[in-house]
Ligand binder design. Structure first.
Ligand code: HEM
Length: 398
């Protein structure tokens, strides 16, 4: 479907068949992201992973992610640590200062801005206040990250550079080693840190929040997931990563959550590199492409009872979110598929399993299950508008 927003023509893809054409058949043609003012300012001129142009620099960053940072062995060893610990290490103390800046960045960069929709009216960048707001936030984050980078350099100098325990260590070591195809500047390192923060921490927390809300709303599902976790980890007395793969029902709960509540319901837009035909429809070079995975995930053509939260859909069903089932695209697909799939799944599974193992859960007495608020709030990632308020009751009968 073609859509004109302001001066910008968009193509909206709402079927698995067309999504496959964009993300697989013509993957290279659609491997770039379109321009946005927020991305330009917040990513140090498109030098992060999400927005960097498809090419040698982007490939190098993806390789660093795959080999040094988000590979399955490291993910296992991370256990339940948060994304900011992956970025800055466990010794980082500035969390309280950094998070509100990140949240504001995520809020401002979500959705469509007038300045992007009317690019010929340059004055809009100024009169809408967008440019100055973005610069203020980027400068605040910049000041904090300068401090973090110099702390890491100082620690590496005093404790030795072999001590590599977080993303900043990894990137500084590669920068100093000098063997990279494209050298990394300090600004490049900051852009990558922001990616991991914004794309990584929020998205996993959002899925955990939706999964808990859906289970509380469906006590049968909550009970079944709890019985499974408590059976598998009965002898251990606690949950750890070693047996998470035995939690088949919980994995189905997570898949159903990813299907019904994708944090990026319109993926991250792509741009068409050259004129191209998609299922008989002409897409022109430079047109922006939105893949509406929210609609695809709820299309009765691909899913039974699509509006219903029912993890049983995934039992004895090989369908997965790893990029080859185009009706289930929560992490995207193709070259620009999310590199954080294994990391976020490990975090989500471990956190939910611990919640279910150690606690029973009740709603406050003034909230009825049927009135549980499931309103969505749009931003860089779609979250619950209101926090889930629920009472944990320690479970001790293991
Ligand atoms: C539930 C958790 C997550 C979801 C649903 C999610 C979803 C997505 C989606 C839809 C894309 C765009 C893919 C495309 O264009 O085809 C993406 C890209 C990306 N994600 Fe995630 N993500 C999650 C967690 C993470 C984590 C934990 C990290 C890192 C620690 C991460 C880092 C990235 C990066 C760097 C990209 C850009 C990839 C590129 O353009 O080459 N994400 N993610």
């Amino acid at each position: 479907m073609g859509l004109q927003l302001g001066q910008i023509p968009f193509v909206v893809i709402s079927s698995a068949e067309s999504a496959e054409q964009i993300l697989k058949t013509h993957d290279v043609v659609f491997a770039n992201r379109p321009f946005s003012l927020a991305a330009q300012i917040l990513t140090y001129d498109f030098t992060d992973i999400i927005f960097s142009p498809y090419g040698a620099y982007w490939r190098q960053l993806r390789k660093i992610c795959a080999l040094e940072l988000l590979n399955p062995n490291r993910v296992q060893s991370f256990g339940s640590i948060r994304s900011e610990e992956v970025a800055f290490g466990k010794k980082y103390r500035g969390h309280d200062e950094f998070v509100p800046v990140m949240e504001e960045m995520a809020r401002i960069s979500g959705g469509f801005s007038l300045a992007d929709l009317f690019p010929s009216v340059k004055l809009l960048q100024v009169t809408s206040g967008m440019r100055s707001q973005l610069l203020r936030l980027r400068n605040e984050a910049d000041r904090m990250m300068d401090g973090i980078i110099s702390d890491h350099r100082e620690r590496q100098r005093t404790e030795g550079s072999d001590e590599v325990d977080d993303l900043v260590d990894v990137l500084l070591k590669l920068q100093a080693g000098g063997g990279l195809e494209v050298p990394l500047s300090d600004d490049n390192i900051k852009a990558v840190i922001l990616d991991v923060f914004i794309a990584g921490s929020d998205t996993s927390a959002i899925i955990i929040d939706w999964a808990m809300s859906e289970m509380i709303k469906n006590p049968r599902i909550l009970q079944q997931a709890q019985i499974e976790v408590r059976r598998v980890f009965k002898l251990k007395g606690d949950v750890d990563v070693t047996q998470l793969h035995e939690l088949y029902y919980l994995q189905s709960v997570i898949k159903e959550t990813l299907r019904l509540h994708p944090p990026g319901p319109l993926l991250i837009p792509r741009e068409c590199g050259e004129d191209c035909e998609i299922n008989g429809f002409q897409v022109k070079a430079k047109e922006k492409v939105i893949v509406n995975i929210w609609a695809i995930s709820r299309d009765p053509k691909y899913w039974n009872d699509p509006e219903e939260f029912r993890p049983e859909k995934f039992i004895n069903n090989p369908i997965d979110f790893k990029g080859s089932n185009f009706e289930f695209l929560t992490f995207g697909s193709g070259r620009r598929i999310c590199p954080g799939v294994a990391f976020s799944m490990a975090n989500i599974e471990l956190s939910l399993a611990k919640f279910l193992y150690h606690f029973d859960w009740e709603l406050p007495s003034d909230v009825k299950i049927e009135n549980l608020d499931m309103t969505e709030l749009y931003g860089f990632a779609v979250r619950k508008k209101h926090n889930l308020k629920v009472i944990p009751i320690p479970y001790t009968k293991h």
